[in-house]
Write a protein that binds this ligand. Structure first.
Ligand SMILES: *[C@@H]1O[C@H](CO)[C@@H](O)[C@H](O)[C@H]1NC(C)=O
Length: 342
């Protein structure tokens, strides 16, 4: 025994004598800017909770979005690893709210909670945060989000740094989503490493692209003379040996524009959700979600050239071009630390 009865008596005596609170270290009060920065980031993430993003999405192409004006600078610019850079207000808004899952189609899921599990701000212009999104995966065969059925949950994490202008609006952000590929697998309930899943996803993208990108936004113009036999041949599939796979693909349901798209995209590498900034099908899956909220801006990213977004972009440029993106290589480091030697 470490304590004698006498010591214990003393502890009991002291704790009745001293109020408990004065025995604990007192927390320093938060500065106004700390409260403001926390609330700004928290409000941004609360707008991703379904159905709150719907009102924002409905306004993405309008000149002003009153709900977001206190939260984002009109010149906001940022990077989301490994998705891409979003160098203006419209693209940033589309990223933050257009990619929040919506319960529709075969992906019947949505964010139901967003919690800032980590937060620190020791300078009026800078904060670091981590958010855990709680994502509900509902059963698409039981329509009506939240309908009694088989609901399971998963989580998504986003972490990184924020920079605020003098009015406390976010003007720069540099954020990272870890393990996005595994999250996409859980979200879709599909193994994206399977060739069949990859080809079915490509087919779905093509049907979506032709439906959403019309008129001047059309990306895949029907290629006269293209036929299913030729497309299968180019894929290296044999009508004899791969018949089950070919049947499951059901390319016969595609029109000529969709088939043209399928021929072009199935020749590209499928890619991974852990590296979306590339000339891949996975990049186009994400940009099709953005094309759904803003076809004028995002259809060309889904197209054959990738429109400057779904293109190969060198490792160094993706990770380290802070100067072009943030106008400073130490945008997220308080100048006060400059005096410290490294
Ligand atoms: C943003 O990314 C694109 C490629 O997607 C690149 O061409 C462009 O230079 C980047 N912009 C900045 C400011 O880093």
């Amino acid at each position: 025994m470490r304590f004698s009865f006498a010591t214990l008596d003393l502890v009991v005596l002291l704790s009745t004598w001293l109020p408990l609170s004065s025995a604990l270290p007192t927390l320093p009060p938060l500065a106004d800017y700390q409260i403001r920065n926390f609330q700004t980031i928290n409000k941004i993430y609360q707008f991703t909770v379904y159905p709150r993003q719907e009102a924002i999405i409905a306004q993405v192409t309008s000149d002003s979005i009153p709900e977001l004006e206190p939260l984002f600078s009109p010149t906001v610019s940022g990077r989301i690893q490994e998705i891409g850079n979003f160098t203006n207000f419209r693209h940033s808004i589309e990223y933050f709210f257009g990619l929040a899952p919506r319960p529709q189609g075969s992906m019947y899921s949505a964010i139901v909670e967003a919690e800032l599990t980590q937060f620190s701000s020791d300078h009026p212009s800078i904060a670091a945060s981590t958010v855990n999104f709680k994502v509900a995966l509902d059963n698409p065969s039981k329509p009506g989000f939240g309908a009694p059925g088989t609901r399971t949950y998963t989580y998504l994490k986003q972490t990184g740094f924020w920079h605020f202008d003098e009015q406390g609006r976010v003007d720069y952000y540099d954020l990272y989503i870890p393990a996005l590929n595994e999250f996409a697998t859980i979200l879709n309930g599909a193994d994206f490493n399977s060739k069949l899943v990859q080809l079915l996803a490509t087919k779905q993208i093509c049907q979506g692209a032709q439906k959403l990108c019309k008129g001047k936004n059309t990306q895949y113009h029907p290629q006269i003379g293209l036929n299913i036999g030729g497309v299968l041949n180019a894929l290296g599939l044999s009508p004899l040996l791969d018949l089950p796979l070919i049947n499951q693909l059901g390319l016969g349901s595609l029109n000529l524009g969709e088939l043209t798209c399928f021929a072009k995209l199935s020749a590209k590498s499928f890619g991974t959700f852990d590296k979306l900034w590339a000339d891949t099908v996975t990049c186009r899956i994400v940009h099709l979600m953005l094309a759904e909220v803003d076809p004028d801006d995002h259809c060309e990213h889904v197209g054959p050239t990738g429109g400057g977004k779904c293109v190969e972009y060198p490792y160094y440029d993706r990770q380290f071009k802070d100067n072009t993106l943030f106008g400073d290589t130490r945008r997220f480091r308080s100048a006060s630390y400059s005096t410290l030697s490294t």
